[in-house]
Ligand binder design. Structure first.
Ligand SMILES: [Zn+2]
Length: 333
């Protein structure tokens, strides 16, 4: 076997016009062989690390760590309240254009569990936070080539329709580190990034945490509640109303209106994800979110919504002297 290989190699080398090319061929073979071995070693080391190391956000996920898919937490208890630190945020793609929002899509009779951000095939996709690669998979009928990262703040982020994955499972990544390239794989029509944020598998609208147009987070922290405000459709769609109808009073938004708003919005890209979540789309609408406008203070916001500064501070876990950011979302009721 070995002799046959050597002989065929010699025959090939002799067939080449010069010895220089033969040497080049040998060098290339040696390099490929070396790469194969070193990648195996990396794989073994990474697997050993994954088994030994404490997984990220252990207080929420315990020892639950597997590489199987997006929502692998069915039946696991969700934290009643979780303050998610967003300070480490990096934009997952250079584009700031959201082409499809989170929410129910009547046309497809299903919920879109993330944001679609415009992009070209080959654009670099970056880790939104420091963390560890939990999933690197291909899903032909849904996400295409995708990556799931777990972060120490309790979030998991999903990056779908990639043309290329640049990181391996169980690999540690820094915030802003390239993890893939934008693409159009899976159930997607046109290159874009499908970006999701989840807590124990439950999808949360990324627009509640991040202002994609401003390439920034909306506040330093976001408070997740297992029975909480992020599930209310009014809270999800309020910024849409504020953007499209600046003259209208966003405070008047009811639970039903934002759904129609989403329905009326153009659907530039049709897609379907196989990911399922226990997330309910039924509006609970007990809460109201106010988007901070230029020149507003806690006092003026409290007056506007017939509440108190102390109440707003308590709901948003901020101090009375906290600096408000334009566009910041505050739960007022
Ligand atoms: Zn999408």
């Amino acid at each position: 076997m070995k002799i046959t290989k050597v002989l065929s190699f010699v025959a090939l080398a002799m067939a080449l016009p010069s010895m220089v090319q033969a040497q080049d061929l040998m060098a290339r073979e040696a390099k490929a062989d070396f790469l194969l071995k070193s990648s195996n070693v990396t794989k073994i080391i990474n697997q050993a690390k994954a088994n030994e190391e404490i997984t990220y956000a252990k207080n929420i996920y315990g020892n639950h760590w597997n590489n199987d898919g997006v929502n692998v937490y069915k039946g696991m208890a969700k934290p009643e309240e979780l303050v998610i630190n967003l300070k480490d945020f990096s934009m997952p793609i250079k584009s700031r254009i959201v082409t499809s929002k989170y929410g129910y899509r009547p046309r497809f009779r299903r919920v879109h569990y993330g944001l679609d951000i415009n992009g070209c095939t080959g654009d670099t996709i970056y880790a939104a936070f420091a963390g560890k690669v939990r999933v690197r998979k291909y899903d032909a009928k849904g996400f295409g080539y995708y990556i799931v990262l777990r972060h120490d703040n309790g979030l998991e982020t999903v990056y779908g329709h990639l043309s290329k994955q640049l990181v391996n499972v169980n690999q540690e990544v820094k915030s802003g580190q390239p993890i893939g390239l934008c693409g159009n794989t899976g159930h997607s029509f046109g290159s874009h990034l499908h970006f999701e944020t989840r807590v124990l598998g439950e999808a949360i609208d990324p627009a509640l945490m991040f202002d994609i147009a401003a390439a920034d987070m909306k506040a330093d922290t976001y408070t997740y509640r297992s029975s909480g405000s992020h599930k209310a459709t009014a809270a999800v769609a309020e910024p849409v109303l504020a953007q499209t109808k600046p003259a209208a009073a966003p405070a008047a938004a009811t639970a039903a209106q934002p759904v129609q708003e989403t329905a009326a919005a153009p659907q530039p890209k049709a897609e379907k994800h196989s990911a399922k979540s226990s997330h309910s789309t039924k509006a609970k609408a007990q809460s109201k979110v106010h988007k901070v406008q230029k020149g507003e203070t806690l006092y003026s916001i409290a007056r506007k919504h017939n509440t108190t500064v102390a109440e707003i501070c308590k709901r948003n876990r901020i101090k009375e002297n906290s600096t408000l950011r334009q566009g910041q979302s505050l739960t007022v009721k």
